[in-house]
Design a protein around this ligand. Structure first.
Ligand SMILES: *Cc1c(COP(=O)(O)O)cnc(C)c1O
Length: 406
């Protein structure tokens, strides 16, 4: 007789991962088995307030009922066709995303890194076919401190040694300039430049917000230089900062927008390159693709995500509660917080290193029932679901105050 199935404890599951799971992450010691809205629950039934929201993949909360309903409806009808055939969900997804962003065309992909890779390819092709850059000479200018994903080409232009070391040889054709430095950008752009690729706010770097005028400057500079402005809004976009897009804070529209994370509603990976017709128009059949990109399940969920954003409610909430977050953090400056940067419901908080590393602070917050993630050194990142209530947000700030005072 076989022994009755026994559910393994959190500690046992963590231990079971060790020999069989690649060690490319160092998760907090919490094993989540259920979630709803802003709350997750571990195997033992302990509840935690999720102040990370899957790095902004869960902007609309865990298992948002509207999105889950859209996914269920689609699961019961059609899940995958490949792009060898049309599917009845893709037109609406592309139309709604183009309308939401104010751009013309959509290239559906799956992960954020794929959207970035796709944009690199499209920008190069645009440079050769439209701008007239000599074959093989196109360059793309990026910013130091960037995070655009993990593929070989993307880490080729990372400045994070941990992300690069041991993974060469690297893809050529990139120039790295300091972030938030228009003069350096101007100096790096020349007749070979296909595009400038930046994050409007650098997320992984610790929610680094450029000076007012930087994004406007990038827009004007790229227009004058005749190259593309590609904004990676995979983390900053879709409501996080209090606007649909972070570039809206300066009222600029890039030529190419990269979306991902929250576009999949926390259900499936959905990313997209959204661009002007002149740019995405360079792709012809067979030149680029993805088996899963634009699948009907992804398209149905993506359309439902755009539907949520069209109401403006989430953006408004992020803006309003962003004030509560900023005021709460301001009150902690000098009480364990040495500085912070925030926009909407997104903050990078630099904790006094004497109190602990970002990792240690995260572990202590976990003991208080709050889940966050450190970025570098003693910086923690706060990015709750945009569905968080004011009371929940205040309780998270209270827990942070308690941890910093201990
Ligand atoms: C997360 C992220 C990516 C990569 O997305 P994946 O889905 O993890 O491949 C790219 N750019 C930015 C700004 C991100 O935050």
């Amino acid at each position: 007789m076989t022994a009755p199935a026994r559910t393994r404890s959190s500690a046992e599951l963590i231990q079971a991962e060790e020999p069989v799971l690649a060690h490319n992450y160092h998760p907090l010691p919490v094993v989540v088995s259920r979630a709803e809205g802003t709350w997750v629950e571990d195997v033992e039934g302990r509840r935690y307030l999720d102040m990370l929201a899957g790095y902004s993949a869960l902007n609309f909360g865990h298992r948002n009922p509207v999105l889950i309903e859209a996914a269920h409806r689609q699961l019961d009808r059609l899940t995958l066709t490949s792009r060898a055939f049309h599917n009845d969900q893709l037109a609406e997804f592309a139309e709604s995303l183009a309308e939401l962003t104010g751009l013309d065309m959509v290239l559906p992909m799956n992960t954020g890194a794929e959207a970035v890779e796709s944009a690199v390819k499209v920008a190069r092709k645009w440079a050769y076919e439209v701008k007239g850059v000599p074959a093989g000479r196109a360059t793309i200018v990026v910013a130091a401190g960037n995070f655009h994903g993990r593929t070989t080409t993307i880490v080729s232009f990372s400045t994070d040694e941990t992300a690069r070391a041991g993974f060469g040889p690297f893809t050529p054709g990139f120039r790295i300039v300091p972030y938030n430095d228009l003069a350096a950008l101007q100096a790096a752009v020349d007749e070979t430049t296909a595009a400038v690729l930046i994050e409007p706010i650098q997320g992984e770097a610790g929610v680094v917000i450029p000076d007012e005028g930087y994004l406007t400057g990038v827009r004007e500079l790229t227009r004058r230089a005749g190259c593309l402005f590609i904004a990676d809004e995979i983390q900053s976009g879709l409501g996080r900062t209090g606007r649909t897009l972070a570039v809206e804070h300066e009222g600029v529209l890039p030529d190419v927008l990269l979306l991902g994370k929250a576009l999949g509603g926390g259900i499936v990976p959905v990313s997209a390159v959204v661009a002007r017709r002149e740019v995405l128009g360079v792709l012809r059949p067979g030149e680029h693709g993805s088996t899963f990109g634009g699948n009907p399940l992804a398209a149905a969920v993506g359309s439902a995500v755009v539907g949520l954003l069209k109401t403006g409610d989430f953006q408004l909430r992020a803006a309003e509660l962003g004030v509560v977050l900023r005021d709460g953090l301001t009150a902690l400056v000098g009480k364990g917080v040495v500085g912070f940067r925030s926009r909407g419901l997104w903050a990078g908080v630099d904790v006094d290193p004497v109190i602990g590393t970002g990792r240690e602070i995260s572990e202590r917050l976990m003991a208080e029932g709050i889940l966050v993630k450190d970025t570098h050194g003693s910086t923690i990142r706060l990015a709750p679901p945009l569905t968080i209530t004011e009371e929940e947000l205040r309780s998270a700030l209270g827990a942070l105050e308690k941890v910093l005072a201990a």
